[in-house]
Structures are given as C-alpha cells and as structure tokens.
Design a protein around this ligand. Structure first.
Ligand code: MRU
Length: 370
C-alpha cells in the first residue's frame, strides 16, 4: 500500500527565517560563505569562473545537496558571462562551452543528485532559448533568471518542508539530527534544519541534539554555528552517543537530509545516517528524511546503484593536521551511506509526506508537482 499524507491544515509559513546566506549571485560573481572556515571565521569569497566554482564544490567551501545544485547552476551563469565578456557571438559555441563546464561541475561530487539535476535544468533552458533566440545577451539573461529561480524555489520548498515536518514533532519534543542539512546546505533555509526551524517557531520548548558527524564534523562545525546564529538552542553529541540517548528516552524524533533518494525510498545521506536509522528503529523512534523532490532520483529503482563518494583518507587519518593512527594501515572513507527504505518513517517533501510503499507514494508526489 502506498500513501502520501498531506497535513490537513494549511502549511504555516510563519517559520523562523534564517539570517544565513550561503551563496548569492552578484554582478561581480558568486559570493560564497566559505564553509571550510566555520565556525571560527565568517569569510565570504567571490567566485568568478566556472573552474573556481568546481574547485569550491570539490573542496566543500559550499556543500550540502541543494546548495551544490544551486552552485552548479550559478557556475554555468559564470560560464555564459565569460563567453559574453570575451566577445563570443555564436550561440552554438556558447552551448559547447556550457556542456564542457557542465561536465567539469558534474564530476566534482557524485552522490548528491541535485548537482546534475540543476545542471540539467540549465542546459534544458539553453536548448529552449536557442529554439527562439540567438542573442548571447539574452541567453545570459535567461540563464541568470533560471539559476535564480532554482535558488528561490529551493528556499520556498524548504519552508514548505519545514511546515509539514514541524507538525510531526511532539510538543516539547527532542529532535536529533545528523550532519548539516540547514540553510548552509541549501538555498538558505534548510531541509532537516528547516523542520527544526519551523518546529521551534511553533514551540520554543523543542530541543535539538546535533551529532558531530565524523570525519568532516558538519554537525559540530556547521549545525551548531547555524542554529546559534538563529538563536535556536542546540546540544552537541558525538556520533557514538546517539543510541545511548535513545535508550535513555532522550530523543523523540530524528530528522536528516538526503543527497539522493531512489524510487523505492532508499536514501543516501552523510555517513552515519544508516546507523542512526537502525538505532531509531530499535527504540521505536520516528526517523524522517526531509528533502525536496529535486533530491529524488526516479531513474534508480533502489539505493544499490547510488554512487557513493569516497573521500581523501586524510580526513580520517588526521586531526588538526596531526596523524592519529599507526603507520602502515589501510583506510576506508566513504562520505555517504544508504539507509534502506524499511527504516524510514516518512520522506517529507514540499509536495507532502511520502510514507512506506515509497514506489507509489513518491510517484504520487511527482504527479502532484505537475
Ligand atoms: O558532504 P556534505 O557536507 O555535502 O554532505 C551533506 C549531507 O549529507 C546533507 O545531509 C545532505 O546533503 C542534505 S543537505 C540539505
């Protein structure tokens, strides 16, 4: 059986807006909040070329599935601007350049489908423009509009997700989250932290635990910083503590983001998510995934074929530049894991909440989006 539940009341959008602006397109380029420097330094860098954007995504100056999708779209705007500024006039050559930069951007991080989705949207926009217009100036203008639209729609989708998710959180409930699926990881509101933000706006007695998220510490460095910026109290725990918190009755609700969701609901997210889902099931605690439809990859029947990024082993071999393990050993450092759909209580999207029987309920959400 498949069900899509849509809370009967109107979704409230009186959610706590975030002050955080992870990325902004300006006339100079793309202003990025460099996430590798947080929480010690709030430094903005201006990215002016698609190559620099690819580097920023790869090195995680910008990270999080929806945010890297938006960054990829803006990277193609930078490519089109470059073409115009260097005197390009032939639209077919612009198309060739955009395709080359799309390949470069797409190769940076393989797991989050939002990157290839947003790039696909930009290339489809170019094809549509080319059918009626051959002016490079217009191409740049319409590609800019499309990238801004992808960005704004993500913020709106996250607010709607937040509204749906907030209604699932019990009064005074304790929420546990993993990694950073917040304003920093999206257009500026957040998926899992969008739920936290909206829940807190409705009931400021809810509490939040953030897992530190080894090895890149997105929970410790980014989630605690982000929630503190927005005056939402948060308690930091190490990844290994989560099951104990659950056993002690200290967690009511788990919500995480997603990098890619297969048609059957299997969900790739930051490494450690699956462990949380197992522990949540063992303790009968609801485990929700919050993600926009752009994170769902219906071309994959299950999570078995989701590409999992393997990251530099120094991330686990070193702490603060110092080696922490014996010489001569091997390392294994996948950045993501796949939580089987059986462990997921629901997938909260901007079109409603998909429930088990995900093949049908996910399909129904896409039909609503048409
Ligand atoms: O490696 P990262 O920091 O890009 O991983 C991010 C995550 O796993 C997030 O949970 C996911 O992208 C959802 S962001 C709304």
């Amino acid at each position: 059986m498949s069900t899509v539940s849509q809370p009967s009341e109107q979704v409230e959008l009186n959610s706590l807006d975030s002050m955080i602006k992870p990325l902004t397109l300006t006339s100079q380029g793309v202003s990025l909040l460099d996430q590798t420097m947080l929480p010690t330094e709030e430094r903005y860098v201006t990215i002016t070329t698609p190559e620099a954007m690819a580097h920023a995504i790869q090195t995680m100056m910008v990270r999080g599935a929806p945010a890297i999708g938006i960054a990829g779209a803006y990277g193609l705007v930078l490519s089109a601007r470059q073409f115009l500024e260097t005197g390009g006039t032939e639209v077919s050559l612009l198309a060739n350049q955009l395709k080359a930069h799309s390949n470069l951007l797409n190769q940076t991080r393989p797991t989050a489908v939002n990157l290839s989705w947003a790039i696909g949207e930009m290339l489809a926009t170019l094809v549509a423009i080319m059918a009626t217009d051959s002016s490079i100036t217009n191409c740049v203008e319409l590609l800019t509009q499309k990238a801004n639209q992808i960005h704004q729609e993500d913020i709106q989708a996250c607010k709607t997700i937040g509204g749906y998710g907030a209604k699932l959180v019990p009064k005074g409930g304790v929420i546990l989250t993993h990694c950073n699926a917040g304003a920093l990881a999206t257009g500026g509101y957040g998926t899992a932290l969008g739920v936290v933000r909206s829940a807190y706006a409705r009931d400021n007695t809810v509490q939040v635990f953030a897992d530190e998220t080894r090895p890149r510490l997105q929970g410790a460095r980014l989630t605690t910083w982000e929630l503190t910026q927005d005056h939402i109290p948060v308690t930091l725990v190490t990844d290994g503590m989560s099951a104990t918190l659950m056993k002690r009755g200290m967690v009511d609700f788990v919500v995480v983001g997603a990098d890619r969701i297969a048609a059957n609901g299997d969900t790739a997210n930051k490494i450690g998510t699956y462990t949380l889902a197992l522990a949540a099931k063992a303790h009968q605690i609801p485990f929700y995934v919050a993600a926009p439809l752009s994170t769902i990859d219906r071309s994959l029947v299950s999570g078995d074929t989701i590409p999992i990024e393997e990251r530099n082993t120094d991330e686990i071999a070193m702490i603060n530049g110092e080696k922490i393990s014996a010489e001569g050993i091997q390392y294994f450092n996948p950045g993501f894991d796949v939580t089987p759909a059986d462990y997921i209580t629901g997938i909260i999207t901007e079109k409603g909440i998909a429930r088990p029987g995900y093949e049908g309920s996910v399909m129904a959400l896409f039909e609503k989006a048409l």
